[in-house]
Design a binder for this molecule. Structure first.
Ligand SMILES: [Zn+2]
Length: 503
């Protein structure tokens, strides 16, 4: 059985989650559910990055003790599991999880033993938002390209990691496809960054500047481990690196697939720093990295705080419009490359068009017609009826098309393959008009025709229940319930989706 390990990034908990982060969670969940359905052994992991200086500053600004502040916000991230119907297997909180600190310390020692850590005085421009140093050339008008804030000038003595040493092995792993980065534009961006020359990067901070928050450097308690070094280690510490070697061997040091999902802003950390750290510590690299772009909301950059932030919390959206509608919008409208703009209006329109009117209406009509014309018994489908060829093809090809699309992390293509079944089925109903066939049948004409039509439509609905499972697990279960006979008969039709917009 193939072992597949799928991770999301672990966000800072300086504020509550927003809809942009829900995108990554839902994408990872779809992959995890799909792979499980294919018979893989899957471990899907998420978590929170508790040890960030950003959290310390946010807690101070809120006038709350850091531990209390971090715990409170982390809970909001944990709660997304239910709100978005996520099939998370493991959730790591870096400040609390007993597996984390010993693993980070072991990782640090492994890099030190490889001769890759050294102390040096450093002066540079630091963005606290990113928790990273920038060279003047990387800034935009002197400001952080990510946060558009002015960086601080910081001068201190830190531990450094010999990144420069890994330029060649990294380039080789990426070009040979052992470390596969999607989309290709992001892969090229990483290669260009490597070709531009890799500078060693600082991997510790004075404990004093970090407010005493974070993991002390082994053997040098005046320094804490840089939060990115600490956070990236979560991908292996949660697997038991430093605490349970059997689990670590199964999920990381194995032939399996190790997949990281992340946003474009943290590409360099995941595709350069992290693989270099792994090479230094003698561990295998992730096999695949998928980079998503960002969501905007109503044309604006989404911020975790500020006006309207509460209304953009994924849990609030799921409570108001339903988990299926939120997931469907994220999967159907966000392109594989390029930003997407979220508005509640778009979410509602998409859900009503495709879920309530398209899918829901179809299942409802089919179950009702089988009830009315065949007393709830699904007729033997027999050969494909005339006019049903396109629908039959959509059903037969859906599985393969979904698999190919998800292999390329194209969630829009994948959901389009499922949607095609509903679309073709609705077209088929309107074309063959089963109610006219029923009338003809009552007049003593062509009874086999209606059997073939209803049989094919029943197959379409069952296929929808099956193929939707990774994307809309809750709705898929409702559809399957509607299409599964009990005592030979389909249940009474009941709506699979509610309409969200007032009629
Ligand atoms: Zn920044």
């Amino acid at each position: 059985m193939t072992a597949t390990y799928i991770t999301t990034t672990i966000p800072y908990v300086n504020a509550r989650p927003h809809v942009g982060y829900a995108l990554e969670l839902v994408q990872a969940d779809v992959l995890a559910r799909y792979r499980r359905g294919q018979g893989d052994a899957v471990r899907f992991q998420s978590g929170t990055d508790d040890n960030s200086l950003k959290n310390v500053l946010a807690a101070e600004a809120a006038g709350v003790e850091v531990r209390e502040f971090v715990d409170r916000n982390a809970q909001a991230f944990v709660a997304l599991g239910d709100a978005l119907s996520l099939s998370v297997d493991d959730f790591i909180r870096t400040s609390l999880d007993p597996r984390h600190q010993p693993g980070v310390e072991r990782f640090w020692r492994a890099c030190a033993a490889a001769g890759d850590l050294y102390r040096q005085r450093y002066e540079g421009l630091y963005c606290t938002g990113c928790e990273q140093f920038y060279t003047p050339a990387e800034l935009r008008d002197g400001r952080c390209p990510e946060h558009e804030t002015l960086p601080q000038r910081v001068s201190e003595e830190n531990w450094f990691f010999r990144l420069a040493r890994y330029a060649e092995p990294l380039r080789e792993a990426i070009t040979a496809g052992r470390l596969h980065i999607e989309p290709a534009g992001r892969r090229n961006e990483v290669l260009a960054f490597i070709d531009g020359g890799l500078a060693d990067f600082s991997v510790s901070r004075p404990a004093e500047r970090a407010g005493g928050w974070g993991i002390p450097v082994p053997g040098d308690p005046g320094q804490v481990i840089y939060v990115w070094f600490d956070a990236l280690c979560n991908y292996v510490t949660a697997l038991g690196y430093g605490s349970d070697d059997a689990a670590f061997r199964r999920w990381w040091a194995s032939e399996g697939d190790r997949v990281h999902l992340l946003g474009k802003g943290v590409l360099r950390f995941h595709a350069v720093y992290w693989p270099a750290m792994l090479l230094s510590s003698g561990q295998p690299l992730p096999t695949r990295i998928f980079v998503h772009d960002y969501l905007t909301a109503g044309g604006r950059k989404i911020s975790k705080s500020g006006a309207g932030a509460a209304a953009l919390e994924p849990a609030a959206l799921a409570a108001d419009y339903g988990t299926d509608a939120v997931r469907w919008w994220l999967l159907r409208e966000v392109p594989r490359v390029g930003d997407a703009d979220f508005t509640v209006g778009r979410l509602v329109a998409r859900a009503d068009d495709e879920l309530a009117n398209g899918l829901g209406n179809l299942v409802n009509r089919v179950v009702a017609m089988i009830g009315k014309y065949r007393d709830g018994r699904i007729p033997d489908p027999g050969p494909v009826p005339p006019g049903g060829e396109d629908l039959n093809a959509a059903i037969r090809q859906a599985g393969e098309r979904v698999g190919a699309a998800l292999d390329g992390f194209d969630f829009r293509q994948a959901t389009a393959a499922v949607w095609a079944i509903a679309d073709e089925a609705n077209r088929f109903v309107n074309r063959v008009r089963p109610w006219d066939l029923a009338k003809a049948e009552r007049a003593g004409q062509a009874p086999a025709r209606l059997d073939a039509v209803l049989g094919l439509l029943a197959r379409a609905c069952s296929a929808l229940g099956r193929e939707l499972l990774p994307f809309l697990p809750d709705a898929a279960a409702r559809i399957t319930r509607q299409c599964t006979p009990r005592d030979m008969r389909l249940p009474v039709p009941s709506p699979v989706f509610r309409r969200l917009a007032p009629a």
